[in-house]
Write a protein that binds this ligand. Structure first.
Ligand code: BGC
Length: 972
């Protein structure tokens, strides 16, 4: 099993939706579902981050407004037909083979099929698709056809299709989804384009498409909302023929753009050919994986870990940082939850902080930009500070639906989930986590945290009778409880999660003011905050924290009757009952406290509030609520795996596995097809890191407190903590930071000095290791560091500590200076070649291949002041060496004979010395040098040769090789 691949055999209409979601390709700016480019059984979806539109619909006699992440025009359609046959549709074709493969390492989705038409002709089709991580405007689909037992014309039709609506979620089909209007299509210099606008947010969306194939388009079919081109490929039996469709997507939300249409056309015109696109795209993915890798043992687990990180980065990549968007709960992978932004970022940002802090910051800035809206919402509610919406989309106004459909009963029901005010706590928690992970707290982040603190402080009202602060009219994370049984209005009192996290937040607000006193809150306000942190109300019953005031009076549910039912709210309502009446939770609520706070923190807060609890409260509470939770949200398994990790490791692993399988196995039966569960995907990876590896970030530094589950043999990952690149690895014996066992890492004054090595450090280590004939394990043992870290250093640029470098140099019997490439500014070749070197002659073709990429060479000639050698930047142009030099300079003077047709013979040498590998080669070209005549210049200037010394060098010289020789030195 290859843990980087997700493979599917056969065409299975029933599982297409799931495949489409899991095979979505995206780059953090936009994503396209893995729908087939052909056929009718497809739920096509292309979604651009932040592209929302609002429409009114009439439901149950009421007008409701919904804001959707808009399904954009479809760039994928491409189908084909053999002579006299139908257009290919997988659902009704005679398929001899059908395979689909998602390469998660390189972000390429491929499909291979063989199809027999009505006349018995067999055609093989291979497709590769990407949504470029290198150029986030581009996507491409390459199709290669091979006629296996026939020859003749194959028609191929490629389209841009604007007849697209939001209709990917059955539950929403009574709501309007026709967000696109004002379609237009056209062509320009062989490219086709399509534009449309969103109906009420007036975002212009443009697609432009370029088809690269041997034969030009035979026909263009231009309709108002769709444009297609038809191509005829003359297939010769067994000879593959390829057609590539490259597409650019632009919107009027883009920066650095004049208008969407011209931006799309320009981007697609300038797009390189497909193989170059693939190379750039895969290189971009390699760079992401260097930062994002998390290594676990076992191929199946690795595969899911890769899948989760892959989809996380496809939704939230470095390209996202600048887009003014939040964390869409279902990725850019489908229409469930309408692309809205909930509190799920709580499960996402902690992982991003340690790898892509600029992306985290962009996501926090999405909240900050909506602070005025949140302040207005608080003001309207008669409160202070900032009240963020439970569901957010474009402008930060509340987007939670007021009615939702219960598919089990078919009834539309009032929805009060906007009362989940705890969303603000999640944002503030993330601000603080960002600060702890990066060591930085931009003033605007601090302002965000303080305004949220003000809001929660204003929600808390002192009850004179009990002398305690209370928070009324809210909901906790458990969406089964939005009101008291039979109450006329929604809202609960003293949700423990909200109350205790408010205390935590007010304590962090105090820390924030210590860091940034200019944010001055009045002494009176601070005194009130302090008072709340000492007198907030928390209810208890049966020796556990009560989820909210009055929870103890609820009924026990007949769990046997509803065994296996995840959405009890729907099942009970369909049975004429109401889940609000029962001690039953959709997901972790009170237990969220144990997820976000260490037991010391939680017990500390409760003691501060005057509740004399002991740490033994926690396992009691875990058991109590676990018995009363139906796990109707994929987030629930993540939280429970976490809270059980120390007390019941087997059960923790069970929940972890369930969270891992949430999407790949679609545990909620059909919901993944409507979009991945991004919070659970990220939560599982975060859990590996912060829970099982026990990587805790405290103000004083990083603490490692691992407890690997039995099923996890080893776990390792690079992280970036407060500016230091670290590699953490652990097994059941110990955990190590940069290969050395240690429980804490502190940066700053007490921090350990790290060494900046050149990117060749890894190659030098590997070379010395090979020289000594040692394995990774042997060198690691000699240096007393972990083999995992050594391997990491060999593969990726790292910043080892001075101590580690000394240990490594000793183990490799060399010096630190040598390992660090200290001789980099000195003449090359100071070290000797490897032991037992051999010198091999290279033939002409090998020589040409070596010098083909161009670069720096040296021209040798008999100059007026004696033998002369000068470096030049050269390119190989039609087999000749071409370079630029200054008119009137030494080369111009000395290489002119003044006689027509008489040239001077020169030498031209290119060499390479690989210091790390201790080998090299040199190529010598001999031949006449010409000044390139003016009529040939335009062609040569197109080769983009630049002068080595820069500046104005207008003289182009060509050396025509008469003789090419070369040698390579390597060892056996
Ligand atoms: C959960 C929420 C979550 C939302 C989006 C709901 O089912 O109850 O906690 O934020 O899904 O993922």
């Amino acid at each position: 099993m290859n843990s980087w691949l997700l493979s599917y055999e056969g065409f299975d209409p029933a599982s297409e939706g799931l495949r489409e979601a899991l095979c979505t390709l995206g780059n953090g700016r936009f994503a396209t579902r893995g729908a087939t480019p052909d056929g009718e059984l497809r739920t096509a979806g292309t979604y651009a981050a932040g592209c929302y539109d609002r429409l009114d619909s009439t439901i149950a006699g009421r007008t409701v407004t919904n804001e959707d992440l808009v399904n954009l025009p479809d760039w994928l359609p491409l189908t084909f037909a053999a002579p006299g046959s139908y257009w290919f549709r997988p659902e009704r074709a005679d398929l001899l083979e059908y395979r689909q493969k998602l390469d998660m390492r390189h972000g390429v989705l491929s499909r291979a099929l063989r199809w027999r038409d009505e006349s018995g002709r067999i055609t093989a089709v291979r497709q590769r698709r990407l949504v470029s991580m290198a150029d986030p405007r581009l996507a491409a689909l390459e199709t290669t056809f091979t006629a296996e037992n026939w020859s003749g014309p194959l028609r191929v039709r490629a389209a841009l299709d604007g007849r697209v609506t939001n209709s990917g979620v059955a539950r929403y089909r009574d709501l309007r989804g026709d967000h696109l209007t004002c379609h237009d299509t056209g062509d320009q210099n062989g490219l086709t384009w399509l534009t449309a606008a969103t109906r009420s947010s007036h975002i212009t969306v443009a697609l432009a498409s370029r088809i690269d194939t041997a034969t030009p388009a035979r026909e263009m079919i231009r309709e108002g909302d769709r444009i297609s081109t038809e191509h005829v490929l003359d297939l010769a039996q067994s000879e593959p023929a390829t057609l590539t469709k490259t597409v650019a997507l632009a919107t009027s939300r883009d920066s650095a753009s004049y208008d969407a249409r011209s931006a799309a056309i320009r981007a697609v015109r300038l797009a390189p050919r497909f193989d170059v696109q693939v190379a750039q795209h895969t290189a971009a993915w390699e760079r992401l994986w260097q930062r994002a890798r998390v290594d676990v043992d076992g191929p199946e687990l690795s595969q899911i870990v890769h899948l989760h990180i892959f989809h996380l980065l496809q939704t939230l990549s470095p390209h996202t940082a600048d887009l003014d968007v939040g964390v869409p709960a279902r990725g850019l992978h489908g229409e469930a939850y309408r692309g809205h932004v909930f509190w799920d970022e709580l499960f996402v940002l902690p992982w991003l902080n340690l790898r892509f802090p600029e992306t985290s910051l962009g996501l926090l800035r999405y909240r900050y930009r909506r602070l005025p809206e949140a302040r207005a919402a608080a003001r309207d509610a008669g409160l202070s500070g900032a009240m963020f919406p439970w569901q957010s989309a474009s402008d930060g106004r509340e987007q939670t639906q007021t009615l939702h459909l219960n598919p089990a009963s078919g009834r539309w029901l009032p929805d009060a989930s906007h009362l989940q005010r705890h969303i603000g706590l999640a944002i503030a928690y993330n601000v603080w986590q960002y600060h702890l992970a990066t060591g930085s707290l931009p003033p605007w982040c601090a302002e965000l945290l303080i305004d949220i603190a003000r809001f929660f402080a204003s929600l808390a009202v002192l009850d004179p009778t009990s002398g305690r602060y209370e928070i009324h009219g809210v909901m906790g994370p458990d969406e089964y409880h939005e009101r008291y049984p039979d109450a006329s209005s929604p809202g609960l009192a003293n949700n423990a999660y909200t109350n205790i996290m408010t205390v935590w937040l007010l304590l962090r607000a105090r820390d924030t003011l210590d860091l940034l006193p200019e944010l001055a809150a009045s002494a009176q306000e601070q005194a009130r905050w302090d008072d709340i942190t000492r007198r907030m109300r928390v209810d208890f019953h049966d020796g556990v924290i009560s989820q909210f005031t009055g929870y103890a009076d609820l009924l026990e549910l007949d769990w046997a009757r509803y065994r296996g039912v995840r959405r009890l709210d729907r099942a009970l309502e369909a049975d004429g009952d109401d889940v609000n009446r029962y001690k039953a939770a959709k997901q972790a609520d009170t237990l969220m406290l144990c997820y976000l706070l260490t037991s010391d923190e939680l017990v500390g807060i409760l003691n501060r509030l005057g509740y004399p609890v002991e740490p033994s409260l926690i396992p009691r509470m875990v058991g109590y609520y676990l018995d009363r939770t139906s796990h109707g949200s994929t987030l629930s398994a993540v939280v429970h795996a976490w809270v059980l990790s120390r007390s019941d490791r087997a059960r923790s692993w069970q929940f972890f596995t369930e969270a891992l399988f949430s999407d790949i196995k679609d545990v909620q039966h059909g919901t993944t097809a409507e979009g991945i569960h991004l919070g659970a995907m990220a939560g599982t990876i975060d859990l590996l890191e912060r829970c099982y590896l026990g990587l805790e970030i405290h103000p004083d530094g990083l603490h490692l407190n691992p407890l690997l589950p039995d099923r996890l043999g080893t776990l390792s990952m690079p992280i970036r903590f407060r500016g230091s690149q670290l590699f953490i690895d652990a097994d059941h014996r110990q955990a190590r930071i940069n290969g050395v066992p240690r429980p804490t890492f502190v940066t700053g004054r007490q921090g350990e000095p790290t060494m900046a090595a050149t990117g060749d450090l890894g190659r030098r280590i590997a070379q010395h290791r090979m020289r000594l004939g040692l394995t990774l394990e042997q060198v690691a043992e000699r240096a007393d560091i972990s083999p995992g870290y050594l391997q990491y250093l060999e593969e990726q640029p790292g910043t080892p500590t001075a101590e580690t470098m000394c240990l490594l140099a000793g183990a490799l019997e060399t010096t630190v200076d040598d390992l660090l490439g200290g001789g980099i500014d000195q003449p090359p070749g100071r070290g000797r070649a490897k032991a037992a070197p051999t010198l091999a002659s290279l033939d002409r073709d090998e020589c040409l291949k070596l010098i083909e990429p161009g670069g720096i060479g040296r021209v040798a000639f008999n100059g007026s002041h004696g033998p002369t050698v000068l470096p030049v930047n050269y390119q190989l142009h039609h087999g000749s060496i071409v370079f630029r030099t200054a008119t009137g300079g030494p080369m111009d003077q000395d290489l002119r004979t003044g006689l027509e047709g008489v040239e001077i013979k020169v030498g031209f040498e290119v060499d390479r010395i690989d210091e790390a590998q201790r080998e090299g080669w040199s190529v010598l070209v001999q031949g006449p040098a010409h000044h390139i005549p003016p009529d040939e210049l335009p062609e040569v200037t197109g080769s983009r040769v630049t002068p080595w010394a820069g500046g104005e060098r207008h003289l182009y010289i060509r050396i025509t090789p008469h003789q090419i020789t070369g040698r390579r030195i390597h060892h056996l």
